[in-house]
Design a protein around this ligand. Structure first.
Ligand SMILES: [Zn+2]
Length: 87
């Protein structure tokens, strides 16, 4: 089990997957949802975020603000945000 360093969501991951995520995201362990959001930020915003680390920091502060919500709410919010961006 791996705990997301952003939102604290626990996910079951293989060692290979964890290493891949850590390699891509500055050695951070992120859940699938946070990973998608950060990846999205980096892809769309070269002006906003110069590097992955900045996007992660920004997303971590976003998650931190919502930490008091229960994980289900957090997940729903994240998904909604993600879907809005995809449209
Ligand atoms: Zn997360």
């Amino acid at each position: 089990m791996v705990e997301c360093e952003c939102c604290g969501l626990k996910e079951e991951c293989t060692q290979g997957y964890i290493r891949k995520v850590e390699g891509e995201f500055d050695g951070k362990r992120l859940c699938g949802l946070c990973l998608e959001v950060v990846r999205d930020e980096v892809k769309k915003g070269k002006k906003q975020f110069v590097e992955v680390g900045e996007a992660i920091t920004a997303h971590m502060s976003f998650c931190g603000k919502h930490r008091n919500n229960n994980p289900a709410t957090l997940l729903a919010d994240g998904l909604r945000q993600l879907l809005r961006r995809r449209c």
